[in-house]
Design a protein around this ligand. Structure first.
Ligand code: B12
Length: 224
């Protein structure tokens, strides 16, 4: 196996085995070798977390193990994040408000989406996790954000997104709204009246760029 693939494999394994020191060691080695930090985050750390999800679903892992895996992932992220190649930031691509909805503390996926947005040159206002629903509306109005991104990982917290969407549409019909997280599908987008979803951080970014460009185009036409 090539060294790069082997490092990725070991990184996944170290996240799964919640071996924080090993994750740090591997992340440092990855950087020393000059590989792309982005690849290690998504194909190493996040891919390991996917397996953790499967173990959790099979009752082989419980909350304490999963939390330790998350700590290992974040330890790697701290090392890799400063090495991500940022795009030219002379002009912001757009302003985004992001957060995980009320009642939900899952924030790993949301943080990865945020990271992609920041790297691509968006101005991101992160409200964190377990965010009171009205807070999304307040922050959108305060920052005049182009896009609001809502994350939910549980079927029980997902309906909160619908409430936020209704409140946002009432106050600002032009704002774009993207929803995401494991239980969210295209059908949810339709049912809740959102504008889009993305199955992972890369597709979230692609959609965001598309939506913000069309929003800006619409605003320009109105000004002419
Ligand atoms: C890690 C984890 C935890 C950790 C969270 C740590 C943290 N800081 O986030 C801890 C241990 C705290 C936890 C707690 C609980 N959890 Co939990 N958890 C998970 C687990 C294993 C992995 C989630 C994860 O981080 N995945 C890795 C990331 C990279 O992927 P992701 O989150 O899906 O994000 C990607 C996409 O979804 C997308 N995305 C995410 N957000 C957004 C937003 C936008 C706008 C867009 C476009 C895209 C997008 O892009 C991301 C990056 O690629 C999942 C299992 C799973 N298969 O999802 C269960 C899971 C979500 N948890 C679950 C449950 C039930 C719980 C608990 C109730 C358990 C308990 N008995 O206490 C509590 C709830 C606490 C609460 N109130 O929120 C269930 C939910 C079931 C359901 N259908 O509702 C799941 C599905 C496990 C299961 N199979 O039962 N959990």
């Amino acid at each position: 196996m090539a060294e790069k693939e082997q490092l990725l494999e070991e990184m996944r394994k170290a996240v799964i085995e919640f071996d924080e020191d090993r994750v740090k060691e591997l992340a440092n080695r990855w950087i020393e070798l000059g590989y792309d930090a982005n690849e290690a985050i998504f194909e190493g750390l996040a891919a390991g977390m996917e397996v953790v999800g499967e173990l959790f679903a099979k009752n082989e892992y419980f909350v304490p193990e999963v939390l330790m895996c998350a700590d290992a992932l974040y330890a790697g992220l701290d090392i890799l994040r400063p090495h991500i190649k940022a795009e030219d930031r002379t002009e912001t691509k757009g302003v985004v408000v992001i957060g995980t909805v009320e009642g939900d503390v899952h924030d790993i996926g949301k943080n990865l989406v945020k990271l992609m947005f920041e790297v691509a040159g968006f101005e991101v206002h992160d409200l964190g996790k377990d965010v009171p629903l009205e807070k999304f509306v307040e922050e959108q109005l305060r920052t005049d954000a182009d896009l609001v991104c809502l994350s939910a990982m549980m079927t029980t917290t997902m309906p909160g997104m619908k409430k936020v969407i209704e409140m946002l549409r009432e106050r600002n019909p032009n704002v774009k709204i993207m929803i995401g997280g494991a239980p969210v599908s295209e059908k949810t987008v339709e049912m809740y009246g959102a504008d889009a979803t993305g199955k992972d951080a890369a597709s979230a970014l692609e959609e965001a760029i598309r939506m913000v460009s069309s929003l800006r185009e619409m605003k320009r036409r109105k000004e002419i």
